[in-house]
Design a protein. Structure first.
Length: 210
């Protein structure tokens, strides 16, 4: 029966190799996600500056039409049923990361934790995630810049799913990704529908398109 220990050693070596390979793939994925977050943040900031900085009348007309399309929505009152609860949830989670509210760890603690799972630099990642959740949640609750805010929140949830929860499976009881997946679905839905009728976006879009 001497072959059993040898077989166990082979299984253990194989298991260690697979774990190492998984960690390498996960590290590369997190690195690419970090780069994506930074690039998306820069692009959104650029778009925001371009939307309110007009070099001439033609730029003003183009940006006005673009902003009107981004804010416009004919979805009625349906999105309000998503905006209110999802906005409150994101605000609460963002407040945990940014301010240490509701039992959260604040930027320092959250940054250290993010660094420990490979999301570097941890403080910056905590700031981006916390700001995206807090201000993104506040904006969709108010119905202000709902589509851009929902894009940011959807990206944040994708990062959460693949960097923290995916390896634990679906169910929330095992720290799985079902909760983040539900918030991702709600965010994507708001990207397509817009803010609906009862929103600041609607008021601004009506003024722009008048």
């Amino acid at each position: 029966m001497g072959y059993l220990p040898a077989m166990e050693n082979r299984v253990e070596v194989s298991s260690n190799f697979l774990n190492l390979k998984f960690k390498i793939v996960r590290f590369r994925l997190l690195k690419n996600i970090n780069i994506l977050i930074i690039n998306v943040s820069k692009q959104l900031l650029k778009w925001g500056c371009e939307a309110f900085w007009f070099k001439n009348f033609e730029d003003y007309v183009v940006n006005k039409l673009f902003l009107g399309k981004v804010l416009a929505s004919d979805a009625g009152f349906g999105p309000l049923a998503l905006r209110v609860p999802v906005g409150i949830i994101f605000i609460a989670h963002g407040a945990q990361k940014l301010f240490g509210a509701f039992g959260g760890y604040g930027l320092e603690g959250t940054g250290q934790w993010m660094a420990s799972i490979g999301m570097q630099p941890g403080y910056l990642m905590a700031l981006l995630a916390g700001s995206g959740e807090f201000f993104g949640g506040l904006f969709i609750l108010l119905g202000l810049l709902t589509r851009p805010s929902s894009v940011v929140l959807a990206i944040t949830m994708l990062v959460a799913i693949f960097s923290v929860h995916f390896q634990h499976g679906l169910f929330m009881s095992n720290n799985g990704y079902e909760y983040a997946l539900a918030l991702l679905a709600a965010s994507v839905s708001l990207v397509f529908s817009g803010s609906g009728t009862l929103a600041f976006d609607k008021f601004i879009a009506d003024k722009i398109n008048a």
